[in-house]
Every structure is written in C-alpha cells, then in structure tokens.
Write a protein that binds this ligand. Structure first.
Ligand code: SF4
Length: 303
C-alpha cells in the first residue's frame, strides 16, 4: 500500500481515449477526431472504449498508397483505433516481454501528480482524452484551492472550470469532479472507496480510471488498459484483443503474478516512449526478441 501522503508521479491514462456511450452517471465525452471512436461497451466503461474489429494480421488497417514501381512500400504501423495485430505470443514469450521491460525500467517514472487517493482520482478523471502534462499544469492550482471533496464542492463547477479550461472537455470534467466529490461526501464520508463497484458508481469514473486508482492508491493488481497498452497488446502479440477489456483480461492472465501490479506502468511507458503509434522504435526496444510484430523498424530513420 503506497503512502497516501507521498507526492509522486503516477501512471495514468495520458493519451486521449474516447469515451463510450455514457452509462448511468457517467460523462458523455465526445471523442476528438484523432482518437478512438466510441463503441458499445460494458456499463461503467467510461474511459475504456471498446474498439472496432481489428484487421487481421495480414491486412493493414489503412489503405496503403501505391508504391513506386519496384520499391517496397513503407509499412503502416496501424493507428490507435485500429492497431495492427500480430499472432499470439507464447506464454513464455509474454512473460519474457514483461520481464524485459521491467529490467529496462526497474523504477518506472510516471506522469500524473497527486498527493493522496482523492487528488489521484481527480487527476485521473481529468486526464481522460488529454495528456498528463496538460493535467499537471492545471492541477496544482486546483488542488491548492480545493484539496478535499468538501472544498471541491464548495468551489463549484464554475470554480473548478476556471482552473481546468486548458484541458480538453473541461466543462464535462468540471461537472464530474464536483459531482463525484459530492458523492464521496454523501456515500463514503469524503474518502475514496477501495472497491471497483463503488468507484465505477462515481460520475466520470469507468473501468480504466478505477483500475488506476485501485492499483496506484490501494495496491491492487489491476491492469488499466489505455490506448498505449491496447496498441502494444495487439501489435506485438502480447495480448491481442478487439476491446480494451479483452486485452486487459489476457494481460492479467499472461503477466507473471509478481510483476502484475507494475506491469501497466511498464507497458504505458513503453508505448509512450518506445513502441510508439506512428513509428515503433524497435531498434532500441528491450523486448524486441519476444515481439511478434512483422514490420519491426530496426534502423532509426535518418534525421
Ligand atoms: S520490437 Fe518494435 S513493435 Fe515490438 S514491442 Fe518493441 S518497439 Fe514495439
């Protein structure tokens, strides 16, 4: 159980992920054009959108431009909405993949700032479909003005909105932050609940946000699948799946138990900085030997 008073950087959804159709009590968050499209999903999956059927492993998700005669076209590496899929890794390779990431980054640094479970919860809610850096620019002043649920309710939607206008979807997020703070006071004495059911009952909190809070604040062995983990699971064959939930379930089964709690940190960082959406940097990838991606980029492009 981490020290709740520690100010630390945590991993949380940093990349835009579209919201699925709103379940009861959840925000309606329209996705920007460059992010995943909303698709039908399980109730409560506000921040974990189901994905469209992926192309089969032999078919790139986008039409390739015609290549000049005699020249092989550059591979398209897929997109957030339709990552390319590789054949399923063996169980041993999957464990090796995670272990290689763990060895490469034994103490993963993550990027959302928080001071306690409440500020973590609010920061994760704010980070939906925006970057952690953008959230971190806004939250210090917000938490200085409203460090707990009672102060946040007193600040009100307009007051919260004034602090987060630089964040995407700030109006809906301001509404959710105040509403969830009010529910924390009414149902939980102002504390952040430690069960998935209670977390997902809060406005703006879906499965992914609950997974982050359960993992980071309460030490649960959960796997919060964001756009990076979804892409890696499919692209590498580590945990192919058509929806974030399929990828999550596979990862939980395949990850060595001792590494499960930290695995989502390693995978998010790997996707953010190495196995990038547009151009995976396979030439410096610690897990390359285990990866089934067919179009590895083994040489860094000339700059
Ligand atoms: S080898 Fe390339 S595609 Fe495979 S995990 Fe590493 S960066 Fe991603």
């Amino acid at each position: 159980m981490p020290d709740p008073n520690r100010r630390a950087q945590v991993t949380a959804p940093g990349e835009p992920i579209p919201a699925p159709p709103a379940a009861a009590g959840e925000a309606v968050i329209p996705p920007p054009p460059s992010t995943l499209p909303p698709l039908p999903g399980p109730p409560g999956a506000a921040d974990v959108p189901p994905m469209p059927p992926a192309a089969d492993s032999a078919t790139p998700p986008e039409r390739r431009p015609a290549a000049p005669r005699g020249r092989r076209p550059a591979p398209l590496h897929g997109s957030a909405a339709a990552p390319r899929r590789a054949r399923l890794m063996s169980a041993d390779a999957a464990a090796g993949f995670i272990r290689a990431l763990a060895q490469a980054t034994p103490d993963p640094q993550t990027e959302l700032l928080y001071t306690d479970p409440y500020s973590l919860l609010v920061a994760v809610v704010l980070s939906a479909q925006t970057t952690d850096a953008a959230v971190n620019r806004a939250t210090p002043a917000l938490f200085a003005a409203a460090p707990d649920p009672a102060a946040m309710v007193a600040l009100g939607e307009a007051g919260v909105a004034a602090h987060i206008r630089t964040i995407g979807l700030w109006q809906a997020k301001a509404r959710n932050v105040v509403a969830l703070s009010r529910l924390l006071l009414e149902r939980h004495g102002g504390a952040v609940p430690e069960t998935r059911e209670a977390l997902e009952a809060l406005p703006g909190v879906g499965r992914k946000t609950a997974n982050v809070v359960l993992n980071v604040a309460f030490g649960a062995e959960t796997m919060a699948v964001d756009t990076h983990i979804f892409r890696i699971g499919n692209r590498t064959g580590l945990a192919p799946g058509r929806t974030p939930r399929e990828v999550e379930d596979r990862l939980v089964k395949r990850c060595p138990p001792a590494l499960l709690r930290s695995a989502h940190h390693w995978l998010i960082l790997h996707g953010r900085y190495v196995c990038k959406a547009r151009l995976p940097e396979c030439w410096r990838c610690a897990a390359r030997a285990f990866c089934n991606y067919r179009d590895k980029v083994l040489v860094a492009p000339a700059r």
